[in-house]
Design a binder for this molecule. Structure first.
Ligand code: ADP
Ligand code: MG
Length: 479
């Protein structure tokens, strides 16, 4: 008796699943397939795209042949239909990916109708499927040429990321640094180094498809794809990338749909040993994404960029002004390096203002001008609200040594400053109670909660205490 098509395909899937190295390969390449008909020994499967079809033929043809012969018999035959979305012409990637759909769409087919485009002959599985005129698609890499390795000064702060980056560029997808996860506070060079790795890879392998994209742009593309019912085209686009660089992945926090699609893209690229590079403003452990995404981000190398020391800052200033074609005296460089110590974005901003001021007013870049600019610019540079910053402000206020609140000392003024730092960290940052606790004297989350309650209680009961809190809050709000 003939088995029904769903059952036959289900049995095939069991065999296929057993023969694949990873569950995610099954999910990526086999779950989306829909069995359509089984007529005699001809099984028809519907696949979501042309690319999908090609990928199956290239990587899984043998497995499919073996499986089908086992389930259907030695004369088993496979036929594909491809779901064609005719709305593809105004898809968001049409500038990036020339649409191939026009070549396989028949005019009289309704939108989204499955389109039968291939029938194999009856002697096994030759590739019957050729669509004339499909060009090799070129994806612009979106890399910033200025952010090269040549322009990236080496220091203790970036040594690990830099050498991992060089290794990746020599052998993308084939090192153990896959994914490479780069994290740091703002302005410490994540975007620069991520671009540098992409540029270096292109230099070594001109045919390699590298794509740099901010997490925000990725989300925008995905949202547009959903709106245009083009998710399949979106996935197809990412299938063509060999080195994918996603900048500022913390942007995905709270964006479940985008995170899911990223998970999908990650799995299929990683499964094909393609390189993934991700940057973030915090470590994977602190990244509030789903466990399955976080665990994958930890698969390769996680490396932090730290604040460069003063010697590295000097070297970076020299590198920056060389690019700008400007000269500065050694004492100006030194002054800048010592005084702009927050991050390199502030340093870059200060240099630009300095150069602009000197050329508008036809003044030389003197120490005086530099100090004037630093006063007017750096002091107003927006300080990021971090736990460390709050601790500094609170300790300054009470004249307590900031290192003391990092210990477990319970001395009155120290304990009080620590509690208030915890209170403001909870109020003004997005850190979890346990992170705040860890950073404030290695306490646990319940201690932080207790501290916040104490501050609230004192605030309403004690007028002097209320003044402390209000004044500190005012200082913090000035940043
Ligand atoms: P992030 O992405 O971490 O916020 P960026 O990559 O935008 O930081 O870096 C901020 C600025 O500092 C950029 O102008 C960048 O070129 C420069 N920069 C960062 N690190 C270095 C370095 N090691 N050498 C030279 N310039 C650097
Ligand atoms: Mg950046």
């Amino acid at each position: 008796m003939d088995k029904d098509v769903t059952q036959v395909w289900q049995d095939c899937l069991e065999i296929i699943k057993d023969n694949l190295a990873h569950e995610h390969l099954y999910q990526t390449w086999f779950e989306p397939i829909k069995p359509v008909t089984l007529e005699g020994n001809v099984l028809t499967l519907q696949v979501p795209s042309h690319f999908f079809y090609e990928y199956l033929e290239e990587h899984y043809l043998e497995l499919l042949i073996k499986t089908l012969r086992r389930e259907i018999g030695p004369n088993a035959c496979l036929q594909y239909t491809i779901l064609v979305d005719t709305s593809i012409k105004d898809n968001p990637f049409s500038t990036l990916v020339p649409s191939t759909s026009g070549k396989i769409t028949k005019d009289n087919k309704p939108q989204n109708a499955p389109l039968d485009i291939s029938i194999s002959n009856h002697n096994g599985f030759p590739n019957p499927f050729t669509i004339p005129g499909i060009q090799k698609i070129t994806i612009p890499s979106n890399l910033n040429e200025n952010y090269s390795f040549e322009n990236f000064v080496e220091g203790e702060c970036n040594r690990l990321v830099r050498s991992a980056g060089y290794a990746i560029a020599k052998n993308p997808g084939r090192t153990s640094f896959n994914p490479l996860f780069i994290y740091s506070a703002v302005g410490l060079g994540k975007t620069h180094i991520a671009n540098a790795i992409g540029l270096e890879t292109k230099k070594n392998f001109p045919n390699c498809t590298v794509l740099y994209i901010s997490a925000e742009q990725f989300m925008q593309q995905f949202t547009d794809a959903v709106a245009n019912k083009d998710v399949n085209q979106f996935l197809l686009f990412y299938q063509m990338v060999d080195v994918l660089i996603i900048d500022d992945i913390q942007f995905f926090i709270g964006k479940k749909g985008t995170e899911d699609i990223f998970f999908n893209v990650f799995n299929s690229l990683h499964g094909q040993r393609k390189q993934i590079i991700v940057t973030s403003d915090r470590s994977p452990a602190e990244l509030n994404l789903t466990d399955r995404v976080v665990s994958r981000l930890k698969w390769g190398l996680n490396a932090e960029l730290s604040v460069p020391d003063v010697e590295t800052r000097k070297a970076i200033i020299k590198q920056m002004i060389k690019q700008d074609g400007v000269e500065m005296t050694e004492d100006v460089i030194e002054y800048l390096a010592y005084n702009v110590n927050t991050n390199l974005r502030d340093l870059r901003g200060t240099l630009i203002s300095l150069i602009a001021q000197s050329s508008f007013n036809h003044k030389d870049i003197t120490l005086e001008l530099t100090s004037h600019i630093i006063d007017s610019i750096v002091k107003s540079v927006k300080q990021e609200m971090t736990i460390e910053y709050i601790q500094r402000v609170v300790c300054d206020y009470f004249h307590v040594d900031v290192n003391k609140i990092l210990t477990s000392s319970r001395k009155g003024d120290i304990a009080q400053a620590r509690q208030i730092a915890m209170y403001f960290s909870r109020k003004l940052t997005k850190h979890s109670l346990s992170t705040i606790g860890t950073k404030c004297g290695n306490k646990d989350h319940s201690t932080v909660l207790h501290a916040c309650k104490q501050v609230d209680n004192h605030y309403s009961a004690d007028r002097k205490y209320k003044t402390y809190i209000d004044e500190i809050e005012q200082k913090l709000s000035k940043v």
